[in-house]
Design a protein around this ligand. Structure first.
Ligand code: BTN
Length: 251
C-alpha cells in the first residue's frame, strides 16, 4: 500500500472543542491534500459520531478523541486499515496498562466484553486519490457513573480498569505513533501478520454463534474468523461460508 503521506513527520492539531474531529478533517480535505497526514484531536466533541449513525459520548477531558486523515493509493487495503486501527488501539492500551484487550471485528476494542474504544472510518474519493479518515475514541478517565444510563452496562474506561487516570495529551502521540507503525507493517506487505494478530486478539472464537447487523438487516451464523483481506467469515446453517466486509457483530 502506498499512503503518499510522510508518516515520520507529522503534527497533531489539538483543539479545545469541536463538533466531531472526523468532520474537521473532512471539511479541510479539498484544500489540504498536500498536508496529509492530517491529525486532529479535541478535548471534547459536541457532536461526536459513532458507527451506524450513533453518537459517541465525548465529554471534556475524560476521553481521547482523535482523527487521522490519510491519502491512499488503492481501495483494497481499506478493510485492513480498519483492522490496523483496532490493533493500534489495543497496543496503546496494553502499553498503558498490563491488561488484555480484545478486538471485536472490525475495530471495536473490548475489555471483558465491555467497550472501551471505537473507530469510525470514513473514506471518499478526491480525484484519483482515496482519502481515508480514521476517527478513534477511547474511554480513558471516565468513572462508571459518568456514562449515560444506556451505556453504563456496556462501556468501560481505562480508569475503571486500572484505578488510575492518565494524561490524555500524552496518550494521543503514543497512539498515533503506534498507528503509523502498524500502517508501515501494512506497507511492508505484512498482511498475514496483521490478520494473525487480529485473529489472536479476537473477542470471538471459531464456533461462536453470532449475529451480524448491516443497515436494517441481521444475519445469523457461526463465527469462523477473519480472512486474509480482513473480512469476517460467517458460516450459515447449511454449512456454506460467506465473507462479510461491512456491518458489525451484535452484542
Ligand atoms: C464506534 O464505535 O461507534 C465508533 C466511535 C468513533 C468515535 C471517534 S471519537 C473521534 C472521531 N470523531 C467522531 O465524531 N467519531 C470518532
Amino acid at each position: 500500500m502506498d499512503t503518499m503521506n510522510d508518516l515520520t513527520d507529522y503534527k497533531i492539531t489539538e483543539l479545545e472543542s469541536c463538533g466531531s474531529t472526523n468532520d474537521v478533517i473532512k471539511r479541510s480535505i479539498s484544500d489540504n491534500l498536500k498536508q496529509f497526514p492530517l491529525i486532529v484531536s479535541s478535548r471534547e466533541q459536541l457532536k461526536g459520531r459513532g458507527r451506524g449513525n450513533r453518537g459517541w459520548f465525548s465529554p471534556r477531558g475524560t476521553g481521547l478523541y482523535v482523527s487521522i486523515g490519510l491519502l491512499l493509493e488503492s481501495r483494497e487495503t481499506v478493510q485492513l486499515l480498519s483492522l490496523v486501527s483496532g490493533l493500534a488501539v489495543i497496543k496503546t492500551l496494553e502499553n498503558l496498562s498490563h491488561h488484555n484487550f480484545r478486538l471485536k471485528w472490525p475495530n471495536d476494542v473490548l475489555f471483558q466484553k465491555k467497550k472501551i474504544a471505537g473507530v469510525l472510518t470514513e473514506n471518499s474519493f478526491n480525484g484519483d486519490k482515496m482519502v481515508s479518515v480514521t476517527g478513534i475514541g477511547i474511554n480513558l478517565n471516565m468513572g462508571q457513573d459518568d456514562f449515560p444510563e444506556g451505556l453504563r452496562e456496556k462501556a468501560t474506561s481505562l480508569r475503571i480498569i486500572t484505578g488510575r487516570s492518565v494524561n490524555i495529551k500524552r496518550v494521543t502521540p503514543v497512539l498515533v505513533d503506534i498507528f503509523f507503525k502498524e500502517i508501515a507493517r501494512l506497507e511492508r506487505g505484512d498482511t498475514p501478520g496483521i490478520v494473525q494478530s487480529a485473529n489472536r486478539l479476537s473477542a470471538y472464537s471459531s464456533g461462536d454463534p453470532v449475529s451480524v447487523h448491516l443497515d436494517e438487516k441481521k444475519f445469523f451464523g457461526i463465527y469462523r474468523g477473519i480472512n486474509h483481506d480482513g473480512g469476517l467469515i460467517l458460516e450459515k446453517a447449511n454449512g456454506q461460508r460467506d465473507t462479510i466486509y461491512s456491518g458489525e457483530i451484535g452484542f
